[in-house]
Design a protein around this ligand. Structure first.
Ligand code: SF4
Ligand code: SF4
Length: 188
């Protein structure tokens, strides 16, 4: 058998150069067939939604934007140990540690804290390994439907503490405390 006639998929069809008939040249049948397909789709169940007015239900295993937690006294939990950065397969996390002073006892729970903590959202694959690795319950991927907003500069996708650390009120009220993101349906 000639190599051009071999079909591994079994779907290969021979191209014919035969001349079109009168009806084929009118394209009338082909247009009717095309219209039938369009009409069929017109009445079939729509697979698209009118976003943002309509929103799809999120998967129960959905992971949203990260938060850096505060404890019940409003102090930052993160101790800049770097375990989340080590666990991160995308190398999306960077941080710089600093030592807490006496005056900062009400700001940071541990003696060492993250003076700079950044997540590169362009790298992040929202795998959740950072929260698994954290010994201080300091980082969570919430079920928040706050998405990372589109932008034209790479720098705007580097999320620092200003975007990650929860507010003092949320820390004190325990809004996020002790809740694994997978169980928390209330976050917004
Ligand atoms: S969710 Fe995964 S990829 Fe994103 S920062 Fe955490 S460990 Fe890295
Ligand atoms: S978020 Fe957790 S794991 Fe990451 S540096 Fe802070 S304390 Fe360590």
């Amino acid at each position: 058998m000639a190599i051009e006639n071999i079909s591994l998929s079994g779907r290969k069809t021979a191209v014919s150069n035969k001349e079109m008939t009168f009806w084929e040249r009118l394209y009338f049948i082909a247009i009717i067939k095309g219209m039938m397909i369009t009409i069929k789709h017109f009445f079939s169940r729509k697979v698209t939604v009118q976003y943002p007015e309509q929103k799809r239900e999120y998967s129960p295993v959905y992971r949203g934007q990260h938060v850096l937690m505060r404890d019940e006294e409003g102090r930052e939990r993160c101790t800049a140990c770097g375990l989340c950065a080590l666990a991160c397969p995308a190398e999306a996390i960077t941080m710089k540690a600093a030592e807490r002073t006496k005056e900062e006892m009400n700001l940071y729970r541990e003696e060492k804290y993250a003076a700079i903590y950044e997540i590169n959202m362009l790298r992040c694959i929202f795998c959740g390994l950072c929260e698994e690795a954290c010994p201080k319950d300091a980082i969570y991927l919430t079920k928040s439907q706050k998405h990372v907003k589109p932008d034209v500069t790479r720098q705007s996708f580097i999320y620092g503490k200003d975007k990650l650390v929860i507010s003092v009120e949320d820390g004190k009220s325990g809004k996020y405390a002790g809740l694994k993101p997978i169980q928390n349906k209330e976050l917004n």
